[in-house]
Design a protein around this ligand. Structure first.
Ligand code: PMP
Length: 354
């Protein structure tokens, strides 16, 4: 830290993103990226947009917003595109949390929430998940704080049914409920269908996972027009050009190629079952995942050791150091051949200890 760094950030512990090693070619199952490339249409549109890079990007993301509004049966005023959904989440912490509106989220969830809270000087409460890592819905009913729920949750992959999400929203009419749907396309029910009925609901989604555009950084917030206006106030006070023109073009291509999107989601769901089954046959315990990853532990294997030994064998997965989940690892659903490499390596590691 330099002697110039502001006191207001000096105690901040930044979010630790998954490793992106450059030195060796790994089978990379650690950051929940899609194993499939972007739609060819996305690449084609982005290449075309590159010809006009001398111009600033469209601050309203006009084409993208129009297309998504049509697809979701919403108005343009219900949508704000952001630089990844992380930006939408940060905007939500900025716009809807303060001393009088503290944040609340589960003890085991997306690790960026406490960082955004600290960054924005927002008090927060972490509510323990049940022993089986499910959310106790009653904990959030009538809580009167700004609620952040990832659905499906990360890193557990467990989803809440829409009826439970609605119960939480309906019981907190004077508080914002943010439903982070980064992984919703892999099997959970989206709360977007509730947008017209609740003025306290904010849904965030991303193109990073199911639409294979993690490197493009494209996410969105979906809510009633008043909430989107608030988020726009934040956006226009920080970076009006938050979504660059290559990404806007790629995003439009990804939306237009709906068949490719559906096919890839179906392949991931199929491969998730294959991975879960393979792990269980080796004695791993897994949660029921509705996401593009599986959360797994082996009663005879230390979580960190498993992660390290896989890394030695050229396979990267994500290990977390939080006490409650130390034994677990989060494994991204890759291609069949990536998963076979992982399962073979796991068999090899287990061979040495059982
Ligand atoms: N929410 C959750 C639960 C996530 O795991 C991630 C990915 N790290 C994000 C939001 C943010 O993804 P992005 O900024 O790439 O849209």
């Amino acid at each position: 830290m330099s002697r110039f760094f502001s006191d207001k950030y000096s105690r901040l512990t930044p979010y630790t993103p998954g490793e992106q090693p450059k030195t060796r070619k790994f089978v990379k199952l650690n950051t929940n990226e899609s194993p499939f490339g972007p739609s060819p249409l996305a690449a084609e549109y982005a290449a075309k947009a590159a010809e006009s890079l001398q111009l600033y990007s469209d601050i309203e993301c006009t084409a993208l917003t129009g297309r998504l509004a049509e697809m979701y049966g919403l108005e343009r005023e219900n949508i704000l595109f952001t630089n990844g959904s992380d930006e939408a989440l940060n905007f939500a912490f900025m716009a809807f949390c303060d001393e009088d509106h503290p944040a609340v989220f589960p003890d085991i969830t997306y690790g960026f929430y406490p960082v955004f809270a600290a960054l924005n000087n927002v008090p927060f409460e972490e509510i323990p998940l049940n022993g089986d890592f499910t959310v106790n819905v009653d904990d959030y009913c009538g809580i009167g704080k700004t609620i952040f729920l990832a659905n499906p949750n990360a890193p557990t992959g467990i989803a809440l049914p829409l009826s439970d999400i609605e119960r939480i929203i309906a019981s907190n009419p004077d508080s914002i409920v943010v439903v982070d749907e980064a992984y919703v396309d892999f099997g959970a029910e989206s709360a977007v269908s509730l947008i017209g009925r609740y003025d306290n609901l904010l849904v965030t989604q991303t193109f990073s996972k199911s639409r294979s555009l993690a490197g493009g950084r494209l996410g969105m917030a979906i809510a009633c027009p008043a909430l989107i206006r608030d988020l726009n106030t934040i956006k226009f006070s920080t970076n009006p050009y938050n979504v660059n023109s290559l990404t806007q073009a790629a995003g439009l291509g990804a939306l237009e190629d709906d068949a490719y999107f559906r096919e890839n989601c179906a392949r991931i769901i199929e491969n998730r079952a294959y991975l879960t089954d393979g792990l269980q046959k080796l004695g791993f315990v897994t949660t029921e995942s509705s996401a593009n990853f599986v959360f797994a532990m082996h009663p005879k294997l230390d979580g960190e050791q498993f992660y390290l030994q896989l890394k030695e064998r050229g396979v990267l997965i994500r290990h977390f150091t939080l006490d409650r989940i130390r034994g677990f690892n989060r494994i991204t659903v890759g291609t069949r051949s990536q998963l076979d490499t992982l399962l073979d390596a796991a068999k090899d590691i287990l061979g040495g200890i059982v």
